[in-house]
Design a protein around this ligand. Structure first.
Ligand code: ZN
Length: 63
């Protein structure tokens, strides 16, 4: 539970969120993608999540 790191949407039962990947390479790519969204100093915490919509967008553009 939390707020999407990219768009700020609160996670709910209807809007599922995903935690950041554990794999270091993918994790770096996700962090870079969030930073590109006008958050240059952003760093994930252990509670950082992405909503379903951003997850899909990121997957398209990054992975
Ligand atoms: Zn989002």
């Amino acid at each position: 539970m939390g707020w999407c790191a990219a768009c700020g949407t609160k996670s709910t039962k209807e809007n599922k969120t995903s935690v950041f990947p554990k794999d270091p390479d993918r994790r770096i790519q996700w962090i870079a993608a969030v930073r590109a969204l006008d958050k240059p100093d952003w760093n994930p915490t252990k509670d950082s999540v992405l909503c379903e919509v951003c997850f899909i967008v990121f997957k398209y553009y990054i992975l």
